[in-house]
Design a protein around this ligand. Structure first.
Ligand SMILES: *[C@@H]1O[C@H](CO)[C@@H](O)[C@H](O)[C@H]1NC(C)=O
Ligand SMILES: *[C@@H]1O[C@H](CO)[C@@H](O)[C@H](O)[C@H]1NC(C)=O
Ligand SMILES: *[C@@H]1O[C@H](CO)[C@@H](O)[C@H](O)[C@H]1NC(C)=O
Ligand SMILES: *[C@@H]1O[C@H](CO)[C@@H](O)[C@H](O)[C@H]1NC(C)=O
Ligand SMILES: *[C@@H]1O[C@H](CO)[C@@H](O)[C@H](O)[C@H]1NC(C)=O
Ligand SMILES: *[C@@H]1O[C@H](CO)[C@@H](O)[C@H](O)[C@H]1NC(C)=O
Ligand SMILES: *[C@@H]1O[C@H](CO)[C@@H](O)[C@H](O)[C@H]1NC(C)=O
Length: 269
């Protein structure tokens, strides 16, 4: 470009007189340099544009790089938070499980304490409302016992017990054997299987864990069968038609905490 300018400057002093023509000529001659000038400008502009574009692209690229790097960092951060949250969540679930286990254990312990306390109250007052057995039934350990007051045949007694969700008494451990013996009961039907023949009397304790308690189904009518009954410490067999008392037993329900602790305020007063 500077070359062109000097060329024009040089021409000017040479043809001062024929300024007009020169000017015209110059104009004419200059036509080609002018067009080359324009294309040079265009090239320049294009170059500048291209460079600008390149720079822009570069900036964009670096911006993209920076932002994507930032995004990656954010993603990593989020991933970490996610992992932490999952960790915290499983921790919470663990704590929750432990807590519900503790609550279960506590309520189990509370139930045991309540039952023991209710046993104490029952020892002093056989009709205490904390007793987990129906009215008139006796409570021992976790079972309830009813001594019937009307005399019936063994079959009828059996039906009477099952009508109350109970069964004729079976002795399956020393504790219940001792409890029943302490009651000194005479002529009470037991839940022994009816037999085809009578047999000599047996001590109640000798029948613990005996298969005689498994009641066999039989087609024989009652009057041909012999049934076992309690007589003090012993067991005898008699015709099943005989009418005597009986002992029913059923599992005790859970001791109600409210019924047991209703005593406490009275004792504090
Ligand atoms: C995870 O729990 C810890 C403490 O137990 C707490 O400091 C942290 O903020 C928790 N993380 C999230 C993501 O909540
Ligand atoms: C849950 O309880 C067990 C023992 O009962 C204990 O070893 C464990 O650390 C407890 N976990 C939490 C998260 O408290
Ligand atoms: C709950 O009791 C059981 C045994 O009865 C025990 O194995 C368990 O660790 C107890 N759990 C808690 C949380 O105390
Ligand atoms: C003995 O048997 C009775 C009746 O089945 C039951 O309620 C009681 O829990 C038992 N006692 C023991 C110590 O096993
Ligand atoms: C016997 O138990 C059944 C359900 O098991 C109950 O519906 C019924 O009321 C009970 N009967 C007595 C007399 O307790
Ligand atoms: C019940 O039947 C079994 C075999 O069926 C027998 O071994 C057992 O002695 C019977 N029990 C009584 C009390 O008859
Ligand atoms: C009981 O008697 C019926 C018919 O009255 C018979 O079908 C059944 O087999 C008998 N059961 C036994 C155990 O004898």
């Amino acid at each position: 470009m500077s070359e062109e300018v000097t060329y024009a400057d040089l021409k000017f002093p040479d043809s001062l007189k024929t300024e007009n023509i020169e000017a015209f000529e110059n104009f004419e001659i200059k036509e080609t340099p002018v067009t080359s000038d324009v294309s040079h400008h265009r090239v320049l502009a294009l170059t500048v544009l291209c460079s600008l574009l390149l720079i822009g692209l570069g900036i964009l690229g670096s911006m993209f790089y920076v932002t994507s790097k930032k995004q990656m960092e954010k993603l990593d951060e989020l991933q970490n938070v996610n992992e932490e949250l999952q960790g915290n969540l499983s921790q919470l679930l663990m704590d929750n499980m432990n807590n519900s286990m503790k609550i279960n254990n506590l309520s189990h312990t509370l139930q045991e304490i309540t039952t023991k306390f209710c046993h104490e109250l029952y020892r002093k007052n056989k009709d205490h409302k904390c007793k987990p057995c129906p009215e008139k039934w006796l409570w021992h350990e976790n079972s309830c016992y009813l001594l019937t007051t009307t005399m019936k045949s063994w079959q009828e007694s059996k039906m009477e017990c099952s009508a109350q969700n109970a069964s004729l008494l079976k002795i399956n451990n020393k504790s219940i054997s001792n409890y029943i013996k302490s009651k000194k009961l005479y002529n009470f039907w037991l839940g022994l299987s009816p037999r085809y023949s009578s047999m000599s009397d047996k001590n109640l304790d000798s029948l613990i864990d005996s298969p005689d308690w498994n009641i066999n189904k039989t087609n024989k009518s009652n009057d041909k069968l012999y049934c076992g009954y309690l007589y003090g410490y012993n067991v005898y067999y008699s015709h099943c038609k005989t009418e005597i008392y009986s002992i029913c037993m059923q599992l005790a329900g859970p001791v109600k905490i409210a019924n047991t602790l209703s005593e406490v305020p009275d004792e504090r007063a």
